[in-house]
Design a binder for this molecule. Structure first.
Ligand SMILES: *Cc1c(COP(=O)(O)O)cnc(C)c1O
Length: 740
């Protein structure tokens, strides 16, 4: 990055920071916070009897969460504590009585499991980095406003954050030198309940970072390392937490410090707060604060990867530094551009946030002056038409203009983005608009249920987990005997049915539902029936309402006792999205209709705790976005990983995945939305009634749905490697990280 900056020209506070990080320079990078993690591990080790003391090290690196036997090991320490800990191993170890820990230390098989995981963790850290332009002393710095790496770390709202988590895990697996920067939201994203009328209630729960396997990054004097950014006329001090994901450190920025103004302490309190000014302040903390934090930690990334535009203000921070160091504006722009890459995720311009100058000025004005950026540059880079003072500004044009390479998240989304942002390059033809694509993928072993992994262990090469993008390797799926595959599918469905029953009893009791309806939850679902899932953020474009569009047909399907179908629905509506909340309520009103109470369930509070069970247990996953608004979609990929099939509108990833043999597609094309809804709902119920339900219930003499299973195998064989996070990361390396 901007190394050549002269000492005296640093923004206020920066040279102090440089002195403070004295203890770090010269060590293997990124070393910042490493000693703090080591100290925390040593402290936790003190609670553990010697034979199992390396549990502390395992607990302080989320790698356990995607390693075989990782979660099982902690669960076996005490299943009920494990659940109550929110699946946080540090909390678990701190909460368990010493007597129980002594017991475990005397169990040779447990001791052996601990030793095996510890030596795997160590061996993983010792691997040499993947050869290429990105080296350990010049890693990629990945900036994202959400981070969804694990359910115990609620710093995500939906697909964007979960993708960031999968990216980090895949970078670690590939031994790609990589760091991630995000915000530590003390209250995370909201939790969801429905009241007795079906109206969504939001509530927030504080995350106790002091209980998480995280360490505050300190300087040589063991005081928190801080950086500061001027926001709303005040200095805002930012501290940094370090969390390990395999080989990748995740650094979380946090303004909740007593030396900050009470209002500023709340900047990093909630993800996607309703207040636009606070969101702008968050973008300044992530973008400017993020770059300052990277510098203060002595890290010199080869590239800044902006995952969505929220971190785009980082470009201003870097431009400012170069200008203060004596570069001309032209040079500075060229230099920042040469080392920034960008992934855009939004397929509609309205989905990007626009701010007027009058809104930006009170929040960021001081920062602009401090960076000595010409006003015109600051505002014009975020406009469609530079120079038009009336035009509001947006982070996506800024990110597009400041990046050497930009991509969308599927082939179709790349094309949609080129059309959408074309006017930023008025001199170019549509096809030459510089936005490409790397289609999203999911971290295969994170999303594949242990039972399916155990089955594949018997048929795939022993090292299959480390080569999930190897297309030819997956041909071996063909050898899995139908009966064994079906057994795993039935086990996963049964587990989901159990979970759905337990959750719906609690949900219904909490809402004060009539006893008969609570009772119905006990009978909810048949572990052998065709199980259909629809779960994602409840945004209007995702069209949950299509399920009830032809209500008579829907109710007829639910009434079929010969070939039963059951439907699981989950998802949160954004707190200020009234339309989406109405959709939820309308759906909810149907709950007392015949069969609806026992054949459909709405599961509250869709998050990373619920998602794995849901995507593993369903036979069929529905995806009904209004094209072209689904940039990619990833949940269908998670379903494919577990042997479920997709029925999806042709949009996002499904436009390139659909092959007529692994799942089903709905073309969806009509001028007006009403007509489109009608046609797509018709197509949906036609496919269900005439193809999907009959195929699922067609059984051979052994009771196996042979033709269904053939589709499952095709889907797994073709989709798992193509839509794996490993393939995505290799795409990032080729398209974004290596110079052309
Ligand atoms: C995968 C995932 C999403 C994203 O789902 P889409 O289909 O891409 O909308 C959202 N929330 C959670 C909890 C997920 O695991």
């Amino acid at each position: 990055m901007e190394k050549e900056r002269t000492e005296g020209a640093d923004p206020p506070g920066a040279d102090r920071e440089q002195k403070l990080q004295g203890g770090i320079v010269g060590q293997e990078l990124p070393a910042a916070g490493k000693q703090d993690i080591e100290r925390a591990i040593a402290e936790l080790e003190e609670r553990l009897p010697h034979p199992i003391s390396s549990l502390a090290r395992i607990a302080y690196n989320y790698r356990w969460s995607w390693t075989q036997d990782g979660a099982d090991l902690f669960r076996d320490m005490d299943p009920s504590f494990w659940q109550r800990s929110g699946f946080n191993p540090r909390w678990l170890i701190e909460a368990l009585p010493p007597r129980r820990l002594q017991q475990l230390a005397q169990d040779p098989s447990f001791v052996h499991r601990v030793a095996r995981l510890a030596s795997e963790l160590e061996a993983d850290a010792m691997r040499s980095p993947i050869p290429g332009e990105v080296t350990p002393d010049r890693p990629v710095a990945y900036l994202c406003s959400e981070f969804g790496g694990h359910s115990s770390l609620p710093l995500y709202g939906g697909g964007l954050g979960v993708l960031a988590g999968d990216v980090v895990k895949a970078a670690s697996d590939l031994a790609l030198p990589f760091i991630a920067i995000s915000l530590f939201y003390r209250q995370g994203y909201f939790h969801q309940r429905l009241d007795s009328q079906g109206w969504q209630i939001e509530y927030w729960r504080p995350t106790e970072i002091e209980r998480l396997p995280a360490a505050l990054v300190t300087n040589g004097e063991r005081r928190p390392l801080t950086v500061s950014v001027r926001i709303r006329g005040r200095i805002v001090n930012i501290q940094i937490w370090r969390i390990e994901f395999g080989r990748v450190p995740v650094f979380l920025l946090d303004t909740d410090r007593i030396d900050n103004h009470p209002i500023d302490r709340l900047i990093t309190s909630r993800l996607y707060v309703g207040d636009r000014h606070t969101r702008l302040a968050q973008y300044a903390v992530l973008g400017c604060g993020g770059v300052r934090a990277i510098r203060a930690m002595g890290i010199e990334p080869s590239l800044i990867h902006l995952n969505e535009g929220h971190a785009a203000l980082s470009a201003f921070e870097r431009l400012g530094t170069l200008l203060l160091g004596g570069a001309t504006l032209e040079e500075a722009l060229a230099r920042v551009r040469a080392t920034t890459v960008f992934t855009t995720h939004t397929p509609v311009a309205a989905g990007n946030e626009w701010y007027t100058r009058d809104e930006v000025e009170p929040v960021l004005g001081d920062l602009v002056r401090e960076l000595r950026l010409p006003d015109s540059v600051f505002y014009d880079l975020g406009r469609f038409h530079p120079g038009n003072e009336q035009e509001p500004v947006n982070l996506t044009p800024l990110a597009l203009r400041m990046s050497r390479t930009s991509i969308g998240v599927s082939e179709k989304h790349g094309a949609v983005s080129r059309a959408m942002w074309r006017s930023l390059w008025p001199e170019r033809e549509l096809a030459d608009v510089p936005i490409g694509h790397v289609t999203n993928g999911v971290h295969t072993v994170t999303w594949m249920a242990p039972a399916m992994q155990a089955l594949l262990d018997r048929f795939l090469p022993a090292d299959w987990r480390t080569r999930t993008s190897d297309v030819a390797m997956w041909d071996a799926i063909a050898q899995v005997p139908d009966a064994q595959l079906w057994q795993v599918r039935c086990d996963l469905r049964e587990r989901l049915v159990r979970e759905a029953r337990e959750r719906s009893i609690t949900d219904r009791l909490n809402r004060g539902e009539p006893p008969s309806y609570v009772e119905a939850a006990l009978r909810v679902f048949d572990p052998t029936a065709l199980t259909v899932g629809f779960a994602r953020r409840v945004a209007t474009y995702k069209r949950l309402h299509l399920l009830t569009r032809h209500l008579d047909r829907a109710l007829r399907l639910l009434a079929d006792m010969e070939r039963p179908i059951q439907v699981l629905i989950a998802g949160k509506a954004h707190p200020v999205d009234r339309e989406a909340k109405e959709t939820l309520r309308n759906m909810f009103e149907l709950r007392h209709a015949p069969n609806v109470g026992s054949r459909t369930v709405f599961l509250e509070d869709y998050d990373l705790e619920l998602a794995p069970c849901l995507v593993a247990g369903v036979d069929l996953w529905l995806n009904l976005p209004r094209p072209p608004q689904e940039a990619s979609g990833t949940s269908g990929m998670k379903v494919a990983v577990n042997g479920g099939l997709n029925l999806s509108v042709m949009d996002g990833w499904w436009s390139e995945a659909y092959d007529g043999e692994s799942g089903w597609g709905i073309a969806s094309g009509a001028a007006d939305p009403e007509q489109q809804d009608d046609m797509d709902a018709t197509a949906l119920f036609n496919l269900l009634g005439s193809e999907i339900i009959p195929l699922f219930y067609e059984r051979n003499a052994d009771g196996l749905p042979v033709r269904w299973l053939a589709r499952v195998k095709t889907s797994m064989r073709r989709l798992i490697p193509r839509f794996s996070a490993e393939r995505m990361l290799r795409g990032y390396i080729r398209t974004l990280y290596e110079k052309k």
